[in-house]
Design a protein around this ligand. Structure first.
Ligand code: NAD
Length: 306
């Protein structure tokens, strides 16, 4: 089978100066892409700035014969990062929204600033970079977007209310980009990584940490961004050379009243709660259209009094 190549394609990887972003940038470049290595060079809580992180990865790529340009802007200035791609390479094809920081606190202790900076870097940052690339994607009828979520968002995690909320917000962003982009061959997918990096050092057990190399997730992201990949609107959980699609399911539920003219009480809900929460026969939650169709079917049942 032919190698998956990105020759002539221009890829922005945000937060590419370290960890997962660095692994993505190196693999894209090895496959022929011109890569904008964006990194603000901040500490893991979002403090400070440095050009070193982006410069080091650009040097690594160039040393291997690849094509790369550094960008030191924060993702909240997304238009500047896209401008770096245009100035250096004349186009933009792929945006990998990866930059991230942590401000972990139990919910009772989260300050407004802890909330805002996490939402700025993760959610607003992805919005701003993708927003700046979007008109170019539409015009060329081609684009690939990755947003980076987390199991902390999908499942929740103690001490990460701010991060969880932003990471689940990114799922909603990607799902809508997938719908709006489809007609212009713009695909958007969510990666849910687990990898050794400064964000997980001291959190993951050391044995596990050593196994979870960011390089073992990069091939999944690179495949999702290839022009031949049809995946769109999906969530892909990946770690240690494993990948799986994640979906939300709904149970079959139950009617809480018999006829369309009936009312029902909190006690009726209580008495039927085991059926409301029964997940023995789940179906994957599909599109808004499917969800509306399911609602109409329940209304029809009520109208017929079945
Ligand atoms: P990392 O700290 O190694 O890399 C993140 C990079 O983003 C850093 O180099 C940092 O300087 C950069 N950055 C921070 N704020 C920025 C900004 N405003 N603009 C541009 N760059 C900025 O962390 P990582 O583990 O590689 O994380 C990458 C992404 O994966 C993050 O979004 C993180 O939330 C997510 N994630 C990681 C894991 C994991 O197990 N490592 C799990 C779930 C999600």
């Amino acid at each position: 089978m032919a190698e998956l190549r990105f020759d002539g394609r221009v890829v922005i990887v945000t937060g590419a100066g370290a960890g997962l972003g660095r692994a993505y940038a190196l693999l894209f470049a090895a496959r022929g892409a011109s890569v904008v290595v964006n990194d603000l060079g901040s500490g893991k809580a979002g403090d400070g700035t440095s050009t070193k992180a982006a410069d080091t990865v650009v040097q690594e790529i160039k040393a291997k014969g690849g094509i790369a340009a550094p960008d030191y802007n924060s993702v909240v200035d997304g238009e500047k990062i896209v401008q770096t791609a245009l100035d250096n390479f004349g186009r933009i094809d792929v945006v990998v929204n990866n930059a991230g920081i942590l401000r972990d606190r139990s919910f009772a202790r989260i300050s407004n600033n802890d909330w805002d900076i996490i939402h700025d870097v993760h959610l607003k940052g992805a919005f701003k970079v993708t927003q700046a690339a979007w008109p170019h994607f539409r015009k060329q009828n081609y684009g690939r977007v990755i947003v980076t979520s987390s199991n902390a968002g999908i499942l929740g995690n103690f001490g990460q209310a701010n991060y969880s909320a932003a990471k689940m917000g990114l799922v909603g962003l990607s799902n809508t980009l997938a719908i709006e982009g489809r007609k212009n061959n713009i695909h958007s997918n969510v990666i849910v990584p687990t990898a050794a990096s400064r964000l997980t050092e001291g959190i993951l057990p050391p044995d596990l940490f050593n196994e979870l190399k960011p390089e073992l997730i990069a091939p999944v992201v690179v495949w999702l961004c290839h022009e031949s990949c049809e995946e769109n609107g999906s969530i892909i959980d990946s770690s240690a050379g494993y990948a799986a699609k994640v979906q939300i399911f709904r149970g079959s539920g139950t009617l809480l009243r018999q006829k369309i003219t009936d009312s029902f009480t909190p006690e009726d809900v209580r008495d039927k709660w085991s059926k409301v929460t029964d997940m023995t026969n789940p179906t994957p939650s599909g599109s808004i259209e499917e969800s509306t169709f399911a609602l109409m079917s329940q209304l029809d049942l009520l109208k017929s009094g079945a």
